[in-house]
Write a protein that binds this ligand. Sequence first.
Ligand code: BYC
Length: 325
Amino acid sequence: MTAPDLAVLEHDETAEQEAFDALIAAEQRIEPRDWMPAAYRKTLIRQISQHGHSEIIGMQPEGNWISRAPSLKRKAILMAKVQDEAGHGLYLYSAAQTLGITRDEMTEQLIAGRAKYSSIFNYPTPTWADMGAIGWLVDGAAICNQVPLCRASYGPYGRAMVRICKEESFHQRQGFEILLTLMQGTPAQREMAQDAVNRWYWPSLMMFGPPDDQSPNSAQSTAWKIKRFSNDELRQRFVGMLVPQADVLGVTLPDPSLRWNDQTNQYDMSEIDWTEFFEILAGRGPMNAVRLQHRRNAHEDGAWVREAAAEYARKQAAKTEKDVA
Ligand code: BYC
C-alpha cells in the first residue's frame, strides 16, 4: 500500500467530529449527507427501525377488530387508523433507509425475531373496549414520547415525527370517544371499559422503557439530542395527563397508590412489574409468538407481489435501455 492510500485509511476525523458537535450544540439538524459518528448512525438505525417495526406489528391488535367493530362507522374509523399505522411504519422505514440500512434488511431482522418492537403489542385484544383503551392509553403514551422526538437532532426522524404526532392525536381522541361511549352505556359496557383500562394501564406505562437507572442508551441519546426527556420523566408526564381524563371518563386507574404529592409536584405511584416487561422483551409475552408468526405469514404471502414488481421493473429497465440504444 502506498503512503497516500494509508493516509486515506487513517484519515483523522477530528474536524468532522467538531463540526458535528457544533451542529448538535447549536440545535441544528443533522441531515443524511452530513458526516456523523458511526455510533450516532447505529443508534438511530436501532431506534428508528424499532419504531417502524412497532407501527407495523402494532397494526395487528386493532386489525383483529376491523371486521367485528360494532357499526359501519366504527369499522371505517378503525380501518383508517390501522392504515395510518402502516403509513407511519413506512415513513419510519424511509427515515432509517437514509442512514444506509435497506428495507429488506430491516424486514429480515424483524421476521427472524432479531429486532425489537414495542412491548405493548404483545398483549391480546379480547373485547371491543380494547380498541378504546389502545387509542386512549397506547396512542396517548406514544404522543407523550413522540412529541419531544419532533425535535430529534436527526432531520428525517424529527420531520417524520411531526406528521405522525398529528395523526396520533386523532387516534387518541377516537380511543377516548370509544371508552366514553361505553362508559355512558349499560353496566356491562362500563365493566368492559374498566376491564380494558385495567389490562392496558400498566403495559402502557412500560412503553416508555425501563427505569432511568436501567436505561443503558439514555445518556448518550440525550447527549446527541435524540432523546429530550428521560423514560421516567415522560412516564410521569403521561400519568399526570391521564388522571383528569380518567375522571371525565369515569374510569379508575388501577393503582391504589396513585396520589398527588405536593412535595415532589408529581404523582406517587406503585412500583411497575419490570419482570413482566423484561419477559416480553425476551420474547415470552402472551402474544409475541403470534405477532411474529402473523408478520412472517404476511411477508411470505406477499412474495408474489414483490416478484411481480421486480419483474416489472426489470422489463421497464430493459425497455428504456432498448429505447436509448
Ligand atoms: N418495548 O436504554 P433504553 C405506536 C428496549 S408505536 C420494547 O431506555 P432507548 C402505535 C430498548 O430498545 C410507537 N423494547 O432504550 C402503533 C433497549 O434495547 P436495545 C412505538 C423496549 O432507546 C400502532 C432496551 O430496552 N414508539 O405508537 O434509549 C398502534 C433498553 O432501553 C421498550 C417508539 O418506538 C419497549 N417499550 O429508549 C398504536 C418510540 N423500551 O435497542 C400505537 C421511539 C425500551 O438496546 N423509541 N426497550 O436492544 C424511543 O423513544 C426509545 O427507543 C424508547 C427506549 C423510549 C422506547
